[in-house]
Design a protein around this ligand. Structure first.
Ligand code: AMP
Ligand code: ZN
Length: 431
C-alpha cells in the first residue's frame, strides 16, 4: 500500500473505492491480533460482510481502555519481530497507550506527514526546525521523518531551551517551524527578553498543533511571527501527526481519507450526527499493518465542514477541535469547554500569552478562578485601571460561558509553563 501518489487530488468516487478495499484488508489484518480476533468473534461480523466504506458501521468500537487492558502486545497483528518502533500517547495517568509500527507503517506515516506539509506550502529547500519534544511523543520523530521525506533541511531541535531555539532560528535562517501553540506564545516573551524581533527572522510558515487552540491564538501567532500558521491534527493511536492538516485556504483540516476512515458520532448514543453537526471523531486506520485500530473513539469533538474546499482536494475537512468530550467542565450545572474561555481571553488586547483555569470548592459552591497574564505595558500600578480591566474580562467571559468566574490578573510570565502540551485546567475540587 502506498499512500503518497495521485490520491491527494482523487475524486470522491476514487477515495471511496480505495476505502472499501483498504477497510476489508484492515479488518482481515486486524483479526490476526488477539484482541480483534476476540472482538470480531463476539460481533459475528465476517470479512465478506465488508464491501463498502459504509460497512464500517457494523464493526465494533475501540477505546483507550481496550488499548490499555491489552497492553503491551494484545493488538499486534504481526509478530513483534516485525516491529521497528513504538510510540506512546502523552497521557500522564494510568497505563500508557502504546502503538507499534513496522518499517512499512513508518514509511507510510512519513509520506502522510510529507503530504500535509506540502499541502501547506512547505517544500524542498525549506529549512525546517522541529520544536516538538522527541522521544515517545509522536510530534518529534513523526514530523521529523515527514520533513526529511519532503526534502527539507531538518533541524531536530526538540522542546525547550528557548534561547537556543531562537539562536538556531536566526543562525540557520529557518523558514518553517513546527511548534506547539502554547509554546509559540511563550517563546515570544523570550524573544522580547533577548531584544530580537520575531518578525525579523526568515520564518514564513509555522505548523501548529498537538493541543487544542482557538482561532484567536492562531491569529496572535501569525501576528507575532509574521507567518502563516497551519493547524495540524493527529493522535498517537492513529500514528500521530499526519491525520488532518490545513491547506493554504486555512478553512478546516483535510483528513486523509485514503489512510483513515472518519466518522462523527454522538458521544452518548454513538449514532452518526447529521452532516455538519459537532460530535466525537471516530477513526479507523486503513494503511497500518503492524497494529490496525478499528473505530477508535478519539474523544475529540469536531464536525465535518460542509461543501468543497477551493483548493480542489476532495478529502473531507474537519473543523478545529472544539474540545474533548472528557475535558468538558460542569460548573453550577453549566457545561463549559476551556476553548470557550481561551477564545474570549485571547481576543482582549491587554491579555498576555498565558492563562490557567482553576476549579475550586467554597463550602458547597463550585467556583471557577481564571488566572490571566497581563501584558507588561498594561500591568500598571493604578488599581482603578486594573480593576476596570478585571471587570471587562469578567463580563466578556460571562457573556460566553454564562457564569461569573473570579478573574485574577497576574504578571506576564508568572504562570507555570510547559515545553509540551499546556495544562489549561487544574481541578482542585476534590483535594
Ligand atoms: P497524543 O496522542 O498524546 O499526541 O494526543 C493526541 C491528542 O492531542 C488528540 O486526541 C487531541 O485531543 C489533541 N490534539 C492533537 N492535535 C490537535 C489539534 N491540532 N487541535 C486540537 N487538539 C489536538
Ligand atoms: Zn483545501
Amino acid at each position: 500500500m502506498n499512500c503518497f501518489d495521485q490520491v491527494e487530488f482523487a475524486d470522491r468516487k476514487e477515495i471511496e473505492r480505495i476505502q472499501a478495499v483498504r477497510l476489508k484488508n484492515t479488518v482481515y489484518q486486524a483479526t490476526a491480533s488477539r484482541f480483534y480476533r476476540g472482538r470480531m468473534a463476539m460481533t459475528g461480523v465476517k470479512i465478506s460482510d465488508i464491501n463498502s466504506h459504509n460497512d464500517i458501521n457494523i464493526l465494533p468500537f475501540t477505546n483507550k481502555d481496550d488499548l490499555r487492558s491489552n497492553y503491551p502486545y494484545g493488538l499486534l497483528a504481526m509478530p513483534v519481530e516485525e516491529m521497528v518502533r513504538l510510540h506512546a500517547s502523552s497521557g500522564t495517568t494510568g497505563t500508557a497507550t502504546v502503538i507499534f509500527h513496522t518499517q512499512n507503517d513508518l514509511n507510510i506515516w512519513a509520506d502522510l506527514v510529507a503530504r500535509c506539509m506540502h499541502m501547506s506550502g512547505v517544500s524542498t529547500g525549506d529549512v525546517f526546525q522541529n520544536m516538538s519534544g522527541y522521544g515517545l511523543f509522536t510530534g518529534g520523530l513523526g514530523i521529523h521523518y515527514g520533513a526529511e521525506r519532503l526534502g527539507c533541511l531538518t533541524i531536530p531541535a526538540g522542546a525547550g531551551n528557548s534561547k537556543r531555539q531562537i539562536k538556531m532560528l536566526k543562525d540557520f535562517k529557518v523558514t518553517v517551524a513546527h511548534i506547539i501553540p502554547s509554546y509559540a506564545l511563550h517563546l515570544s516573551s523570550v524573544f522580547k527578553d533577548m531584544s530580537v524581533d520575531p518578525r525579523s527572522l526568515h520564518l514564513r510558515i509555522m505548523l501548529i498543533g498537538a493541543e487544542p487552540h482557538t482561532h484567536e491564538v492562531r491569529k496572535r501567532i501569525e501576528e507575532i511571527y509574521g507567518v502563516k500558521a497551519y493547524n495540524s491534527y493527529g493522535l498517537s493511536e492513529m500514528n500521530g501527526p499526519g491525520v488532518a492538516f490545513e491547506c493554504r485556504e486555512q478553512s478546516g483540516m483535510h483528513l486523509w481519507e485514503d489512510a483513515y476512515l472518519a466518522e462523527i458520532v454522538d458521544p452518548e448514543t454513538l449514532d452518526p450526527v447529521p452532516d455538519g453537526n459537532v460530535g466525537e471523531l471516530i477513526l479507523t486506520t486503513l494503511c497500518r499493518e503492524g497494529m490496525p485500530v478499528i473505530r477508535y473513539r478519539t474523544r475529540d469533538l469536531t464536525r465535518f465542514i460542509p461543501g468543497e474546499c477551493p483548493c480542489g482536494r476532495k478529502h473531507k475537512r474537519i473543523d478545529r477541535i472544539s474540545g474533548r468530550s472528557d475535558d468538558m467542565i460542569v460548573l453550577k450545572g453549566v457545561n463549559i469547554y476551556p476553548m470557550q474561555v481561551e477564545k474570549i481571553l485571547m481576543s482582549i488586547p491587554e491579555v498576555g500569552q498565558n492563562y490557567l483555569i482553576e476549579l475550586e470548592r467554597e463550602g458547597y459552591m463550585d467556583q471557577m478562578r481564571i488566572k490571566v497574564e497581563i501584558r507588561d505595558e498594561f500591568f500598571v500600578e493604578d488599581m482603578r485601571i486594573l480593576q476596570a480591566l478585571q471587570k471587562k474580562i469578567t463580563t466578556h467571559l460571562r457573556d460566553e460561558i454564562l457564569i461569573t468566574a473570579k478573574v485574577d490578573l497576574v504578571e506576564h510570565d508568572s504562570l507555570p509553563k510547559n515545553d509540551g502540551k499546556a495544562v489549561r485546567v487544574v481541578d482542585k475540587r476534590n483535594n
